[in-house]
Design a protein around this ligand. Sequence first.
Ligand code: SAM
Length: 246
Amino acid sequence: KGTLFLVATPIGNLQDMTFRAVEVLKRSAVIAAEDTRQTRKLMSHFNIEGPRLMSYHEHNKNRMENQILEFLEGGLDVSLVSDAGTPGISDPGEDIVRAAVSAGHTVVPIPGACAGITGLIASGLPTGQFSFVGFLPRERKDRKKELERWKGRKETLIFYEAPHRLKDTVKDLLELFGNRPVTAARELTKRYEEFARGTLEQFHESLQTEAPKGEYVLLVAGASEETADGEQEVWWSSLTLEEHVQ
Ligand code: SAM
């Protein structure tokens, strides 16, 4: 029987691809990709030529599941990759893993970049305990209800958000959670990687003057982290990629 590999890919910087990820992809009969165009670029960069590329995303995953199970049944190794980062984390993966496990197939994770963890470790906030919230509901009413659920949690919270929804989300966070420490991690591993470390109030204010651009992870302090009101300055730190890798 074949094996299902879950292969993490870079979240921006191609140098974050692991040796093992390249090897496993090269040896796979099939690569099931969330975004075949993106994966084709990755394959060409790492000279991965053999595997057949198929599409597996949110909208065709039910249809493609049987196909993947058939490949595995037929002894072919299948690698699942998402658009960026770790498959299964705010990306398709969970369903095919469940199906492969219940059909008795071997599932092997190939770890690598994950935006939430990458942002968390440099946030300056407690990392001992944290929860991954991921994307909040788009509807304000549902978003507020969801935030209400997380409000009293004492651990650091990890949120994903699209740039055009960031302002609304930060507004709701401030309203529901009160003023707390936050780190906004932007464009992680990319040329304009940047961390804004400060309070929700300060970050909310900074968003009023400049429209957010790029990809963001928000790391919000748990309910136990006190904020010295208005006393600390929002602290931006950025380093261009050239500075970090050369
Ligand atoms: N599977 C991915 C992972 O392992 O992190 C997450 C995919 S999810 C569809 C995309 C979201 O992840 C973005 O909206 C953003 O919140 C976050 N993200 C992905 N890449 C990022 C980066 N380079 N910098 C900051 N956030 C990023």
